[in-house]
Design a protein around this ligand. Structure first.
Ligand SMILES: Nc1ncnc2c1ncn2[C@@H]1O[C@H](COP(=O)(O)OP(=O)(O)OP(=O)(O)O)[C@@H](O)[C@H]1O
Ligand SMILES: Cc1ncsc1CCO
Ligand SMILES: [Mg+2]
Length: 286
């Protein structure tokens, strides 16, 4: 092969192909290692979250009693904390588990569901952010609200009323302040460490019509970061893209949100190397 032909092949085999291979490598690692993911999550999301983790090859455990944290959290490979149905009783468990994960060098991921709905949620989240989450994943409204620590009750609840692009600057600022990777979900998912911004463009709008898809992808991020703790930016980007891809392929068989939910789980379980490598759409934005 001439030098010129080699250079052209290298250019064609650019970053899109590299991300495709990377996403497959991490999915394979999740399937091979079945990381134990402890989930302290809201009542709405428990079933979908556990099934998405299982379909991806991970091992979910919904363990939230304060009395079990010291025994269990250091043995889990990662922790997912979701404040969707926050109560006085559960907040101490969330804090203790986050602290235990950080102490035992386990990655832990925060989902700040409806953070601006009440002062209680906002203060709980700010306290959790101070416990060094590895990743924070929210919808655009949640990331904007958490970043500005606004206490204005201006949201409709758990759904976003912003586009993901609107939240990129907030995400960068939150990443710089917290030391976490921050991911904003939406038509395009943006993932940042405060400097670099990565875009993941898989997914279909119908995913927003299934409750707890956001919660479930946060748990999937926890599984990916468990098998690639030294690069949470890439692990988060790959998890979001793979979940979006399961949504795209699932939509080809679905009639609406209820059947899409089933097809996302089935698709995630059966994803092949060829499909992942050729359809993952991840790119470095800046
Ligand atoms: N317009 C869209 N087009 C494609 N994919 C989307 C779109 N909106 C959301 N998604 C995908 O749907 C999933 C859930 O994201 P969303 O922003 O709805 O989370 P959320 O609001 O936290 O959800 P929930 O609180 O119900 O768990 C993500 O994987 C995201 O990439
Ligand atoms: C609907 C709902 N309410 C609290 S948590 C949750 C799931 C989506 O975040
Ligand atoms: Mg959410």
């Amino acid at each position: 092969m001439s030098d010129m032909a080699g250079a052209e092949e290298a250019a064609a085999d650019g970053s899109a192909a590299r991300w495709g291979r990377r996403a497959w490598e991490l999915l394979e690692r999740v399937r091979a290692r079945a990381p134990l993911v402890q989930c302290i999550t809201n009542f709405v999301s428990m079933d979908l979250m556990a099934n998405v983790l299982l379909a991806a090859g991970a091992s979910p455990a919904m363990v939230h009693s304060l009395r079990e944290i010291d025994d269990f959290t250091p043995r889990a490979d990662s922790l997912c904390v979701n404040i969707g149905t926050l109560s006085d009783g559960w907040l101490p468990s969330m804090r203790a588990a986050a602290a235990a994960a950080a102490r035992s060098s386990r990655p832990w991921i925060l989902d700040p569901v409806a953070v601006s709905a009440s002062e209680f949620r906002m203060e709980a989240c700010l306290g959790l952010v101070a416990l060094w989450p590895t990743v924070i994943r929210g919808n655009p409204s949640e990331i904007i609200a958490l970043t500005s620590a606004c206490r204005v009750h201006d949201s409709k609840g758990v759904d976003s009323f912003h586009e993901s692009l609107d939240a990129v600057e907030s995400a960068k600022s939150l990443a710089q302040r917290s030391g976490a990777i921050v991911a904003v979900s939406g038509a395009t998912d943006f993932i940042t460490d405060g400097q670099q911004v990565v875009a993941a463009q898989n997914g279909v709008a119908m995913m927003q019509k299934i409750t707890a898809t956001g919660c479930a992808v946060t748990a999937l991020i926890a599984a990916f970061v468990a098998v690639e703790p030294s690069n949470p930016l890439e692990a988060t980007s790959c998890a979001l893209s793979i979940f979006g891809l399961a949504g795209e392929l699932g939509m080809e068989m679905a009639n609406g949100p209820a059947s899409l939910r089933v097809h996302i789980i089935d698709t995630l379980h059966g994803l092949s190397e060829y499909t992942v490598a050729s359809r993952v759409k991840i790119s470095l934005v800046s």
